[in-house]
Design a protein around this ligand. Structure first.
Ligand code: 1GP
Length: 232
């Protein structure tokens, strides 16, 4: 794996600027020992709600990065920025279209040292991101490995993100993805709602991302941190 500003992250909480989160819950998440807070969402992300959440997380020492998924939500002041490209769609706007629009507008302001492209491979057809981007979520192992080689060897993307948002994924596929990755950091996200699932995903992914469960069962979300740390 190539060394990057996010390479040491094993566990990340993903917070959605469009969802309510109390100060107590945010405090517990930021002080949990997680490696980073990632801010991003598939809908309802605005400049205002992104700035608001960033400034609340900024009170803590934990790394805080933004996934730039809309132009509206491009906010300065984060430790790092991820720019997602969806690899398993044939709609070019989600591979390079929106990104080029963003660079036309904000290209001169991008902090390149702290900015990384994420090659998303979305494998849950029910996820909002899959619907919005028209992703072909039913890749078999051979197709997945071809996508990984495209991202890792040809495109040399620093991050490959296996995304099952809303559902726990197929760990056999994740294992195959990991075997095929040479340079990139492999992120996994989707349906991690217990320490046990966190551990399973962390066996293969370099970094696991915990999202939805934060909003429905905070204690379960917090338990995923220790599960990953103690498995190291
Ligand atoms: C979403 O991959 C993350 O982009 C996390 O998924 O919300 O299902 O935990 P969950």
């Amino acid at each position: 794996m190539v060394d990057n500003w996010f390479s040491a992250w094993r566990h990340v909480f993903k917070l959605d600027p469009d969802k309510e989160l109390s100060d107590e819950a945010l405090d517990a998440l930021c002080m949990s020992g997680t490696d980073a807070i990632l801010i991003g969402g598939s809908s309802g992300v605005t400049f205002e709600n992104t700035v608001d959440l960033m400034s609340r997380v900024r009170r803590y020492e934990v790394d805080c990065a933004l996934e730039v998924s809309t132009l509206d939500g491009a906010v300065p002041g984060f430790d790092g920025y991820f720019v997602p490209l969806v690899l398993n769609t044939d709609k070019a706007e989600w591979i390079i279209g929106k990104q080029i629009e963003g660079l036309r507008e904000y290209g001169t302001f991008v902090p390149w040292e702290e900015t990384a492209a994420q090659g998303y491979i979305i494998l849950n057809e029910d996820a909002t991101a899959a619907k919005v981007t028209g992703a072909n979520a039913s890749l078999n192992e051979e197709e997945l490995v071809a996508h990984i080689r495209m991202a890792d060897r040809l495109m040399r993307l620093p991050v490959i993100y296996i995304e099952y948002s809303g559902r726990f994924g197929d760990m056999k596929l994740l294992k195959s993805a990991r075997k095929a990755v040479q340079h990139a950091s492999l992120f996994y996200g989707g349906g991690i709602d217990s320490g046990e699932k966190a551990k399973l995903a962390a066996e293969h992914a370099h970094t696991i991302v915990v999202g939805n469960i934060i909003y429905s069962d905070l204690e379960a979300a917090l338990s995923t941190v220790q599960a990953v740390k103690s498995a190291q």
